[in-house]
Ligand binder design. Structure first.
Ligand SMILES: *Cc1c(COP(=O)(O)O)cnc(C)c1O
Length: 363
């Protein structure tokens, strides 16, 4: 059994992928070719937002969002310690201070009440993450940000892309949203890539400059940017995958329901989806105090599992300058020490579900 089955998907779309790649080879516009703009239009349609900007990765996209908002030394950016390192890494890269706040016990996403407490006059942005496929309480966070004078909210939707919050798509829930096309994400390519989303025309223009070395037009650079472009080849691959995406979201939700059904008798905390939310289950993650034992027993039965973020960011040596210690973010530490993710993809079979469930129930 694979942890994330990308092969079954490729079997379904191999022909359209081949055709899409051949089209790129034929026209030869490997940088900023027509597929990049075609994908951007598809994404705009999918999210119901005004602008989509294809970029080099989900990490660069977060950094470009911060750059476009002018975040730099002396500024503070609020985010969570329970996330992939990218979210906080880009804050540090720009010389700003990462202000961690703890997560909620049920959704494992940023706790809005703690965001409100952490805001200072140096807060330049808030970066909620939709961990494991469900968005944060974006309604509450947007309200808190507005009440604090309009602090920009950057939604890290790398894992929640495709999910909804009160009927609206993740990525289009705040001033700017960011996603990743890393192969194992809900909408992944065959390499690195990502996208940014906004309804703000001026911000979109700055983001487009930044992804192209700060270039407004040929030979003219009003601001500093980076090489942040999405490859034409990756755009072609993601376009082929877009055709399946809605169906795959439903399949992921069916797989999660299959796990829920089979595991409801086990002494595990199962994933919780908040009212008003749907999840794309980037991961299907359960909590158990017996985490390490469970992982090795599953491994012995050929079932892969991953304890994501088992060392949360505030305890990573890379962030030692923030002087955090064990105990600073108790909910994060609790989830980090008990969470384990089970095999998840749209193509997990009933047989796989039974194998995983019986392995868990026998422990
Ligand atoms: C994967 C991921 C990213 C970074 O995406 P890349 O495309 O790998 O750079 C950022 N944030 C979260 C929450 C992620 O899961």
């Amino acid at each position: 059994m694979e942890f994330i089955d990308l092969k079954s998907q490729q079997k379904r779309i191999r022909q359209s992928i081949d055709k899409r790649i051949a089209a790129v080879l034929d026209h030869g516009q490997y940088i900023m070719g027509p597929e990049v703009f075609e994908l951007e239009s598809r994404l705009v349609e999918f999210l119901g937002c005004k602008h989509a900007i294809g970029v080099s990765s989900g990490t660069d996209s977060l950094m470009m969002a911060l750059m476009a908002l002018g975040v730099g030394p002396g500024d503070e950016v609020i985010t969570v310690p329970y996330t992939w390192i990218s979210t906080a890494e880009v804050i540090a890269l720009l010389g700003a201070k990462t202000v961690f706040v703890d997560i909620e016990e049920d959704t494992w996403n940023i706790n809005p009440a703690l965001v409100a407490e952490a805001i200072t006059d140096k807060t330049k942005a808030i970066m909620p993450v939709g961990i494991y496929g469900q968005t944060s309480d974006m309604t509450a966070i947007n309200r808190i940000a507005a009440e604090a004078g309009g602090i920009p909210v950057i939604e890290d939707a790398a894992q929640s892309f495709g999910a909804t919050h009160h009927g609206r798509r993740s990525g289009a829930l705040s001033l700017v949203g960011s996603t990743s096309f890393f192969p194992s994400k809900p909408l992944g390519g065959y390499g690195d890539g990502g996208a940014l989303f906004t309804d703000d025309d001026e911000l979109a223009e700055r983001l487009r400059w930044i992804r192209l070395h700060g270039q407004e037009r040929k030979h003219y650079h009003p601001i500093i940017g980076i090489n942040g472009r999405l490859d034409t080849m990756q755009a072609a691959v993601v376009l082929a995958k877009m055709d399946l995406f809605e169906e795959e979201i439903a399949l992921r939700q069916a797989v999660a329901a299959g796990y829920n059904e089979r595991l409801k008798g086990a002494s595990l905390q199962l994933p919780f989806v908040a009212e008003g939310n749907t999840s794309v289950y980037a991961q299907y993650t359960v909590l158990t105090p017996e985490r390490d034992a469970l992982q090795s027993k599953l491994g012995a039965r050929g079932v892969p599992s991953v304890p994501y973020y088992s060392v949360p960011l505030h305890l990573q040596p890379a962030f030692s300058d923030l002087n955090h210690r064990m105990g600073d973010f108790p909910v994060t530490e609790q989830i980090a020490s008990t969470g384990i993710s089970l095999p998840m993809s749209p193509y997990v079979t009933e047989e796989d579900l039974n194998t995983v469930a019986s392995a868990i129930l026998s422990v």
